[in-house]
Design a protein around this ligand. Structure first.
Ligand code: ARG
Ligand code: ASP
Length: 699
């Protein structure tokens, strides 16, 4: 009996070993630790997360709340993706000093470029605070009552929390759909300088065509440095700040990887939805995604054409285009993956199994209405979910003039709340308008508007108001915003663009948003029950909390995959593949001359693989999502072997349906990063401050 149990345990472990999951670093002891060892890992749970001495987690920083970054030298050198540092690289660029096109390399500390509004946050400690946060919460409370009690408990907990240094912060986050809560003590550095970036023809090689696709050949990395005050503590930018001495930094492996090797990705995944009911997945993929895809497709046609025709517009629209194109393409892949893997049918099957098991266990009274409630709520939800999402695309994300009108509408609302609220809101609107106008072209924006408005409004709309509005020009717009609240409100109501946009925005606030939020609140309540019920009715050790922008560990192995019949992708790509894809002068597939000549002379230094080739990217079974970009890929010992930046096309559905057969994350090989820094850029000073290691004793 005992032997059988051990055997069974072994089988479940080895099966679930490849099943994905994003685990909480402070809870790795127990099952994860064993599973990681079984996959080839050599680290203990304490090597990864420890509060008493330095551990791996001390090298992992949340990069401005969106991406991940890691410290790779004792002098605070920070590695992240090119696409994560893209906004900063763009902001230092001009037609004359085009760092996007040509790359940027600081050859000494004093050439490193400071950045406004950029911070990197480390996790000091994680604590389970479920009891305190859910104190007094009952199942009979309405979603609003629950929310406000949780908020109250959270505030009280944070206010009374003393187990931290004065410069540290706390953050409380919900896990398992609100069944569990954790508190994070954090430390944020605010003086982060740009150190190096390859040209886009390396850092964004393949651009949109290759985005979300394997085989991949992108050197998607950039380098920053954390600066601290004289006491090595976080501080605002000052020329007197000095390079940060980290508690831990990652050694970089020169030995590379082979198929089957253990890999671990440590970072800040943003959002996943692995426990949705089938109805929700159906709604997202069949109603919401297709309409948004269409809107972005039309906007992108206009942007792409304008960027190709004009260099100034190309730089201005670079970040925006990349952002819009990224999820446009992701949604397409997600939809295809969900369909191809029969994810909806699989979820339905799981729900049948759940229902049967629930009845068997006598839990029908407790959980019997969950699935029918989902059906009822999602059908009520659908029109709002679709229309609200489309509204956000049209009036917020794609047309910047409409985005400005959205801000003006908020300003008009603020005027009703007194001068203090109004003035504060006006400052905010001015900052937004200033930011938008930095990269704004009225003609391009009008083209985008003309292309997308028919997808939102059935009646024919003329965009003639673009010719009369004050807000296509920053200083004209600013003038309208001068003076007392009453006067400002009167003036904006005379603006032609505002007159057009106001009824749509009013409808958003009076109808779309409140209905959406109300139903969403009810859905969240049922989802919380469902999560709990799943774990009780179908117990298993494979439940992990959905991503929520908190620090997580995911692990797996280097592994190829078969996307289609008779097709198999090897897990590693090489510089040879860059040259294969090379299209001279192309905006996506051009290759810098210097790189071609390094390739021709095989001047690879210590960065080639044992087959004599320079590796570029590789894939593995690590379960990642947006936010994991810039996360380190670590070997069994915790050395850096790669830099996570993307997922494969067939597997982008992993946010709702992780399938170990075809879901792969894509990483840049650490040796390609070193090769570019050293041989391409000649920035040896950076190589010298790193710790290069040979964990496999390969030389
Ligand atoms: N797809 C990756 C991620 O979601 C990389 C995006 C880089 N942007 C781009 N448009 N190529 O962030
Ligand atoms: N590229 C994504 C990011 O920026 C990662 C992913 O979605 O796989 O975080």
């Amino acid at each position: 009996m005992k032997i059988l149990k051990i055997l069974l345990l072994f089988i479940t472990v080895s099966v679930s070993a490849q099943q994905g999951g994003m685990w909480i670093p402070s809870l790795l002891k127990g099952m994860n630790e064993a599973e990681m060892k079984q996959l080839g890992g050599k680290l203990s749970a304490k090597d990864i997360y420890d509060v008493n001495k330095s551990s791996l987690k001390d090298a992992i920083g949340h990069f401005n709340g969106g991406c991940t970054s890691e410290v790779i030298s004792p002098k605070g050198l920070l590695l992240t993706n090119h696409h994560c540092g893209f906004g900063q690289i763009q902001s230092h660029s001009s037609v004359e000093n085009d760092y996007l096109k040509d790359g940027f390399w600081a050859m000494s500390l004093d050439q490193e470029l400071p950045n406004k509004n950029l911070e990197v946050t480390f996790i000091v400690r994680i604590e389970d605070v479920t009891k305190q946060i859910l104190n007094g919460v009952t199942d009979t409370m309405s979603p609003q009552e629950t929310q406000s009690l949780i908020q109250k408990n959270t505030n009280a907990l944070q206010k009374g929390y003393t187990n931290k240094e004065t410069w540290q912060d706390t953050k409380v986050k919900a896990f398992f759909k609100g069944n569990q809560y954790f508190l994070f003590v954090t430390e944020s550095f605010k003086d982060i300088r740009l150190v190096g970036a390859p040209p886009s023809s390396i850092g964004k090689f393949g651009s949109d065509t290759d985005n979300w696709v394997f085989p991949r050949h992108t050197g998607d990395f950039s380098l920053f440095r954390i600066y601290a005050d004289k006491n090595n503590r976080p501080a605002e930018y000052s020329k007197d700040n000095i390079p940060y001495t980290p508690k831990h930094f990652l050694p970089v492996s020169l030995d590379g990887i082979e198929e089957g090797d253990f890999t671990m990705v440590f970072g800040f995944p943003g959002r996943t939805n692995e426990y949705l009911p089938a109805v929700a997945v159906e709604q997202i993929t069949q109603k919401v995604n297709p309409t948004n895809i269409k809107i972005r497709e039309e906007a992108l046609k206009v942007m792409d054409a304008a960027m190709k025709a004009n260099d100034e517009i190309r730089i201005q629209y670079a970040s925006k285009q990349a952002r819009i194109a990224n999820y446009w393409k992701k949604w397409i892949g997600e939809n295809q993956g969900i369909e191809k893997s029969n994810a909806i049918a699989k979820k339905q099957k799981l729900e049948e199994q759940f229902t049967a098991e629930m009845k068997k266990k006598g839990l029908a009274k407790k959980y019997g209405t969950i699935l029918t409630e989902f059906d009822r709520l999602y059908s009520k939800f659908e029109p709002y979910a679709v229309k609200r999402s489309n509204f956000i695309e049209v009036f917020y994300r794609n047309s910047e003039l409409m985005h400005m009108m959205f801000r003006l509408y908020q300003l008009e609302q603020a005027a009703a709340k007194g001068d203090e609220v109004f003035n504060k809101q006006r400052d905010y609107v001015i900052s937004q308008l200033t930011r938008i106008h930095k990269d704004f072209n009225a003609e391009v924006d009008r083209g985008i508007f003309d292309a997308i408005i028919p997808l939102y409004e059935a009646n024919k709309i003329s965009s003639k108001f673009y010719e009369h509005t004050a807000f296509t020009n920053l200083s004209a717009g600013m003038k309208v915003l001068k003076g007392k609240a009453k006067k400002v409100v009167e003036s904006i109501n005379k603006d032609s663009a505002y007159i057009f946009a106001k009824p749509y925005i009013a409808q958003f606030y009076s109808d779309l948003e409140p209905n959406y939020q109300n139903i969403n609140g009810e859905i969240a309540k049922v989802q919380k029950q469902y999560m709990k019920a799943l774990m009780e009715v179908l117990p298993s050790d494979k439940y992990y909390p959905d991503a929520n922008s908190t620090l997580r560990v995911t692990y797996g192995q280097v592994n190829g995959y078969a996307p289609r019949d008779a097709v198999y992708y090897n897990p590693v790509t090489y510089l040879d593949g860059v040259i294969e894809k090379y299209v001279p002068g192309d905006y996506e597939f051009d290759v810098p001359e210097k790189l071609i000549s390094l390739y021709k002379s095989k001047d690879y230094g210590q960065y080639a693989d044992s087959n004599g080739k320079v590796p570029v990217c590789f894939i593995g079974t690590n379960h990642t999502t947006g936010g994991n970009s810039g996360s380190p890929a670590l070997d069994a010992h915790g050395n850096l072997i790669g830099l996570n930046f993307d997922r494969v096309w067939e597997g982008t559905m992993s946010d709702m349906n992780y399938d170990p057969e075809i879901c792969r994350n894509i990483m840049v090989d650490a040796r390609y990063i070193l090769f570019i820094i050293d041989k391409y850029a000649g920035a040896n000073r950076l190589i010298e401050e790193m710790k290069l290691v040979h964990p496999k004793n390969k030389k």
